[in-house]
Each structure stands twice: as structure tokens, then as C-alpha cells.
Design a protein around this ligand. Structure first.
Ligand SMILES: [Mg+2]
Length: 269
């Protein structure tokens, strides 16, 4: 009996060791890709996206009705201005997970631009219904993206990427006015710091919601390199403090989607 117990214990130890080994190897092999696989395959990712847009959709009527409300901190509210929401594009409106899974590293903006010109865009779950609900309530939808304007040989447009971006959104069945899409570098002061473009929208509209997948879609000066009005770079520490400082906005005016694949979080220390 004792021998059986010892043999059983040895067998269990061997099995556990084998499992740990497999797990370790799996971790090593796919450590860089786990975020990509999660976005591509996890039902949880779809559920979170649905949840974020459902919450935002439910909140629309009260923020439209409350003319003292703005989703932009420090912004003077003009109750006479018409309401608007600002959405980021990549991983907020359009899913690029298939690009992320296939493109040849390193990343370059022209690779994404070429890919999205050749592939029908895929929506983030919930966004099409959200935009429809916002427009139903008379809310203007603005798109602020850090896809940059860069010249392309043989293309005379000052910002060839703008048309690709507009086409992407239209492929989702979302109509889009070119005036309501703002790319990085489209104007001299529209750099990768999105605050300037949010403030541009706020001149003519009461911004009732921000939707994005990156802290920079909500908060200024969170990037690893200071741009626009920012004097200092963001760090892991300042970014966490920012999340705390603006605590009242999360899920109530600000709606953030998960993106474990890329973003300003990857380059700060
Ligand atoms: Mg994005």
C-alpha cells in the first residue's frame, strides 16, 4: 500500500512538472502575442466592448439633457452649444486586430494605411448602434485619430490617409462627414497630443462624451514624448495618478475600450 502511495505521489509530481513545463513554454512562445489572441478570439473582449458601448448609449439622453455637463475637464460650458461626442478610430471604431496579427514588424503607418485600403473594415462591437443612437438624439459625432497625414508618391492629396480613414468608417455602415474627422498633422498645431483637437471641437460643440482605447484619448500629456502644450512626458506613475484624478469620468462621460496590443502605455517608463 505504501509503495502504491509513493508511486502515486511520484506520478502526480511528474504530471505537475510536465504541466508547469508546458505552461512555461507556452508563456515564452506566446508572451508577446497573448494580447493579440485575446482581442482576436476571446469572447470576453467582445463582451467588454459591448458593455462599454451599452453604457455609453444608456448615458446619452442624460448628458444631452444636462446642458451644464461637459466631458472635458476645465472646459467652460456653453449650454447653448449643440452636443457632440468624440471617438477615436483604431480599436475604438475600427478593429485592426487582423492587421496586428499579420503585418511584418516593425510597425509603420503606411503599412496600416495600405492594409486598411485593401481590407473591408471590421467594427468594434457596439459602435454602430452607439453612433446611430447618438445621431438620433441630435448629437454630432467627431472622429479624432492619430493616424498621421503623410505624403504618398503619386497621390496629390495633402492628407491621403484621410480618405482611407473615411472609407474605413463608411465600410462599417457609419456615414461620416470629412469635416468631422481629424487626423494628426492635418493642421500645423494638430500633433499627436489630441487635446488641441478636442479643444477645437469644443469651440463649436458641448462635448458630452469621449470614447477611446488609449489614455491619450481622454487625458493630455500622457505620452512618452511631450507634444503640443505638454511640457513633460507621461510616466507610469503620472498616468496612474491621472486615472485617479479624473475618477468621476470613467464610465460616466469617458468610455475606455481595452487594447492590450499597442498604445501609448507601451512606451512610457
Ligand atoms: Mg485607438
Amino acid at each position: 500500500m505504501r509503495t502504491v502511495k509513493i508511486l502515486a505521489a511520484m506520478a502526480i509530481t511528474l504530471i505537475l512538472a510536465a504541466c508547469a513545463h508546458t505552461e512555461h513554454e507556452h508563456g515564452n512562445d506566446h508572451a508577446d502575442d497573448l494580447g493579440l489572441y485575446w482581442v482576436k478570439y476571446a469572447a470576453e473582449y467582445q463582451a467588454i466592448s459591448a458593455q462599454v458601448y451599452a453604457q455609453a448609449t444608456r448615458d446619452l439622453p442624460r448628458f444631452v439633457a444636462d446642458t451644464s455637463w461637459t466631458a472635458m475637464p476645465d472646459q467652460q460650458v456653453d449650454p447653448t452649444l449643440p452636443p457632440a461626442v468624440i471617438l477615436d478610430i483604431d480599436e475604438t471604431v475600427v478593429s485592426n486586430v487582423d492587421f496586428q496579427l499579420t503585418f511584418e514588424r516593425p510597425f509603420a503607418n503606411h503599412k496600416l494605411d495600405t492594409w486598411s485600403s485593401n481590407v473591408d473594415a471590421t467594427p468594434i462591437r457596439g459602435v454602430v448602434e452607439f453612433v446611430a443612437a447618438a445621431r438620433e438624439l441630435g448629437v454630432t459625432v467627431f472622429f479624432v485619430t492619430n493616424r498621421p497625414c503623410q505624403p504618398i508618391a503619386g497621390n496629390d492629396a495633402s492628407c491621403p490617409q484621410k480618405q482611407t480613414t473615411i472609407d474605413d468608417v463608411r465600410e462599417l455602415g457609419i456615414d461620416i462627414d470629412a469635416n468631422n474627422v481629424m487626423l494628426a498633422d492635418e493642421r500645423p498645431d494638430w500633433d499627436r497630443e489630441k487635446l488641441t483637437r478636442r479643444q477645437h471641437v469644443a469651440k463649436t460643440h458641448r462635448v458630452i462624451m469621449l470614447v477611446g482605447d488609449d489614455l491619450g484619448d481622454f487625458i493630455a500629456c500622457v505620452r512618452d514624448e511631450p507634444a503640443g502644450p505638454c511640457k513633460q512626458a507621461g510616466t507610469r506613475e503620472t498616468r496612474l495618478a491621472d486615472v485617479e484624478r479624473f475618477g468621476k469620468y470613467w464610465g460616466a462621460g469617458w468610455y475606455i475600450l481595452p487594447n492590450p496590443m499597442h498604445g501609448s502605455w507601451t512606451s512610457v517608463d
